[in-house]
Design a protein around this ligand. Sequence first.
Ligand code: DHB
Length: 309
Amino acid sequence: SLKANIGKYEFNNVMLNAAGIRCATTDELTKVLNSEAGGCVTKSATPEPREGNESPRMKATPLGCINSMGLPNHGLDYYLKFAEENQGKDGKQVLLSIAGLTVDQNLEMLHKIQESSFNGLVELNLSCPNIKGESQIAYDFEAVRDILTKTFKFFTKDLGIKLPPYFDLHQFDQIADVLNDFPIAYVNSINSIGNGLIVNPETESVVIKPKGGFGGLGGDYVKPTALANVRALRLRLKPEIAIIGTGGIKSGRDVFEHVLCGANVVQIGTAFGFEDVKIFSRISKELSEIMAEKGYSSLDDFRGKLKTL
Ligand code: DHB
């Protein structure tokens, strides 16, 4: 079976879409819920609807993609209503993603969610790299402590945190020290690798318009970084904090590797963008075949059991 769970929340499949990919409208979200995925994640919401950055703002490449979308979304009320109406149906979860442009916007949205009838998982995105003039909050460890301190003074629902990739082992120690002080349900690692640059040598140009061409990388570029982040966090976070592994998944083998590193659930962004919902059935089959060959009947049989030499 490919069942998974985060605390009391059960997923009939280990795979979800990653926030931002084919999840901005209720039609797209419903399509994910009706697929083999174990649930869906809503496009990161801001308090009010946003158009996002100027186009072109996403470019696919042979190894993945670069984007600087700038949080185009329909606003919190739109996604909160969808989440209230669809949470927990048929073994599928709706994860409600929020990404305020400021701490106050995040707290305002968390208050609204606290007062709503939604009782599923909320994913607080502290790692959007594409807002002009704003930095990725989760690279500032004291800022993370501050927002979580303020949040847990009133927020009693189940909260996950979407993290950016870290690259220095000391950063993993520091973020884990902060996160372990709070009753967090999960961390989602990683968001895109922020502020990469793709160059077209023929046109001698960047390939997306916002921010002079700098944007978040996804796809093959990011898988080893994602695996390192899942593994490093699993070795440091308290066991009550689950991990969603995101980054570079496009095959059953990739899911297998993320789970070996410690992922409880996984999310698929770039490859889901390329392949649409049929990716969830294809990868389910591939992962089931790998598990059958190895004699594993559940993800628990190998989760976190990565060997070292
Ligand atoms: C966007 C990109 C991200 O990686 C993210 O976490 C949130 C938003 C965006 O540009 O829309």
